[in-house]
Design a protein around this ligand. Structure first.
Ligand SMILES: NC(=O)c1ccc[n+]([C@@H]2O[C@H](COP(=O)([O-])OP(=O)(O)OC[C@H]3O[C@@H](n4cnc5c(N)ncnc54)[C@H](O)[C@@H]3O)[C@@H](O)[C@H]2O)c1
Length: 352
């Protein structure tokens, strides 16, 4: 976070209070931990609808961390919890309507962002909004830069609800900046993965594949698996996010944060299978889109241009997909039992 707080933290860095919403999800705990290590005070908020308390194990013992179970749509609670904060990092969201509900996605992502921005206005705080590469939607460009046109699909297809709500959130940020002078920055994350005790496609296909490989079950692939995606390790995403928070010139900017390269889903499955050291040939189970959602639309290819983050923030991902997936497989192997306990009732058959 930018200097200007009122207390001296470790390493002589000025400490500030930051609020991280959605702190118990995938990115939240890693970001909170990094902010604590920089000497900041962190108030974490999550309603635990998707996140897990166990994800916060590395934060809860820290004297400068406080966790509150709260709904970001609740203005009264959020106004209280954000009091005294100089920075609000708004990660809380529902990501895929197919799993989390069509209406709930629109309400949590829309109303939640309205509330957090209103808190930023009332307390004079800075806002970092977590958006998504899904806003590029059906744009046929081979690579999406921040200037690419946002091309969303048919409103009768509920998978677009998340992207629509994020586009709304982005506009709301700039509207609050224009009308109320709230300093805002937007990060469009893309394919972030890393240690988390959530086990579902909400944390990316790699965890489903790793679970399958370690338990010698077929890996469920959506469509024919030739669709491509970037995969970026959470430690790189956190580093980029910190740089956005620290760079005064990132104010008012939208920045893609993802990987420089991409992989087809079927190649991701092969990679994971090999890294897991499975003895048998990879077993793939192809799931036609029509099996899990009427009229589902999965963008064929998604590659993000991260040149702006490189130029503006001096950031590039340090962990390539081979090394990142190796770490992910090892982490998963070490924590398989705790992951199972955190996800009672999880079966790969349900993971269409
Ligand atoms: N991980 C990625 O690859 C990726 C890609 C694009 C965008 N993003 C965005 O980045 C942000 C963080 O992503 P993530 O992967 O950590 O997501 P996540 O789903 O793991 O975490 C989101 C957290 O928000 C919480 N939450 C949901 N509704 C809430 C509510 N009403 N009140 C309070 N908390 C609530 C959930 O319990 C969860 O812990 C999200 O906004 C997401 O849309 C992430």
């Amino acid at each position: 976070m930018a200097a200007g707080g009122d207390g001296a933290g470790r390493d002589g860095v000025l400490s500030e209070r930051g609020v991280v919403t959605g702190v118990a999800g995938l990115i939240g705990p890693h970001l909170a931990r990094a902010l604590l290590e920089k000497g900041h005070e962190v108030v974490g908020v999550d309603d635990l609808s998707q996140g897990r308390r166990v994800n916060l194990a590395s934060c809860v013992e820290h004297p400068s961390f406080r966790f509150h179970e709260a709904d970001v749509r609740d203005l009264g609670s959020m106004e209280r919890l954000t009091a005294g904060a100089s920075t609000l990092v708004h990660l809380a969201a529902l990501k895929i309507p197919r799993y989390t509900g069509y209406l709930a996605t629109l309400e949590v992502n829309g109303r939640g962002t309205e509330v957090v921005l209103e808190c930023a206005r009332r307390h004079g705080a800075r806002m970092l909004f977590a958006s998504t590469d899904d806003v590029y939607g059906k744009n046929p460009d081979p690579r999406f830069s921040e200037e690419s046109t946002l091309v969303l699909g048919d409103s009768k297809i509920n998978r677009w609800a998340s992207a629509v709500s994020k586009v709304y959130g982005e506009h709301l940020c700039f509207a609050y900046a224009e009308s109320h002078g709230v300093p805002v920055s937007i990060v469009r994350y893309s394919g972030i993965y890393g240690p988390t005790y959530q086990l579902s496609r909400l944390s990316g296909p790699q965890d489903i594949f790793i679970h399958a490989a370690l338990t010698d079950q077929p890996m469920p692939i959506h469509g024919d698996g030739t669709q491509t995606r970037p995969f970026a390790h959470v430690s790189d995403a956190v580093e980029a996010t910190l740089r956005v928070l620290e760079a005064p010139y990132a104010e008012g900017e939208v920045v893609n944060v993802g990987a420089a390269d991409h992989l087809s889903i079927v190649n991701l499955a092969y990679l994971v299978w090999r890294l897991a050291g499975a003895r048998t040939r990879p077993r793939l189970r192809f799931v036609p889109y029509t099996d899990f959602s009427r009229g589902y639309e999965d963008p064929r290819q998604r590659t993000v241009d991260i040149g702006k983050a490189e130029c503006l923030l001096g950031w590039r991902p340090r962990i390539d997909v081979g090394e990142g997936m190796r770490r992910q497989v090892e982490w998963f192997r070490e924590h398989l039992e705790e992951i199972r306990q955190a996800n009672p009732g999880f079966t790969l058959e349900d993971e269409r």
